[in-house]
Design a protein around this ligand. Structure first.
Ligand SMILES: Nc1ncnc2c1ncn2[C@@H]1O[C@H](COP(=O)(O)OP(=O)(O)OP(=O)(O)O)[C@@H](O)[C@H]1O
Ligand SMILES: Nc1nc2c(c(=O)[nH]1)N=C(CO)CN2
Length: 189
């Protein structure tokens, strides 16, 4: 995992350019179609290769029963990834959508239809957004064990701004339908 730059150190060479603050962001990644491990690994690699993004954590992999998905949907593999980034939230969303597309994500079918790859922004620093394209924090994250459990493994004291501590939300939601798959290891370069 690469180290993100120390935000307190000012590089005088860059002072004349556009300076963007470094923000911590949390992403939820899932797959329930095709080679699920390959798809998750591809998403981790693509995020790590993104300029202005530094991977700071990749959670254990969870096998999770599909939530609010069409009858007959297969189980998901889910992870949570933490990053530091100087990208804006809309640019990060564009990147997430491009990574989904690169791994064969098709849209336009039923709500929550099986997908090769889903990359959702859960929080981006303390950024709030509520428009057609971007809602932050993610409005359903606090109800989803498949987000809360892997996130809690990475950061036991994390909070969803305006919603509550991840540990308490996970306690409330419970761990039914999710199993940690320690036999699956993703590589982080
Ligand atoms: N925080 C967010 N993260 C990702 N996409 C978001 C977010 N807020 C709004 N969107 C919008 O949601 C649109 C549909 O995304 P998608 O089809 O992946 O939803 P989903 O992940 O299946 O469902 P859910 O939002 O319940 O997780 C995206 O094109 C994006 O513009
Ligand atoms: N288990 C599980 N269920 C879901 C998931 C997901 O990633 N995992 N994503 C959804 C829409 O984003 C809807 N339902």
């Amino acid at each position: 995992m690469s180290e993100s730059p120390n935000p307190n150190v000012i590089d005088t060479d860059t002072l004349t350019g556009d300076m963007h603050p470094i923000r911590r962001a949390v992403l939820s990644i899932g797959s329930n179609l095709g080679d699920r491990v390959f798809n998750l690994q591809g998403a981790v690699d693509a995020l790590g290769d993104t300029p202005e993004v530094w991977l700071t954590g990749v959670s254990p992999v969870y096998e999770t029963a599909p939530v609010d998905a069409p009858e007959g949907s297969e189980d998901f593999l889910n992870i949570v990834v933490t990053i530091d980034t100087t990208l804006s939230a809309p640019t990060l969303l564009d990147r997430a959508l491009a990574i989904e597309a690169a791994y064969g994500r098709e849209r336009g079918g039923e709500l929550n239809a099986p997908r090769t790859l889903d990359v959702d922004l859960i929080v981006v620093g303390d950024r709030r957004a509520d428009d057609d394209h971007l809602v932050l924090p993610h409005p359903r994250a606090g109800e989803r064990a498949f987000v809360l459990a892997p996130w809690h493994d990475l950061e036991s004291d994390a909070q969803i701004p305006g919603v509550g501590p991840v540990a308490e939300l996970l306690e409330k939601v419970g761990r039914d339908g999710i199993t940690r798959r320690d036999d699956i290891e993703l590589e982080v370069s």
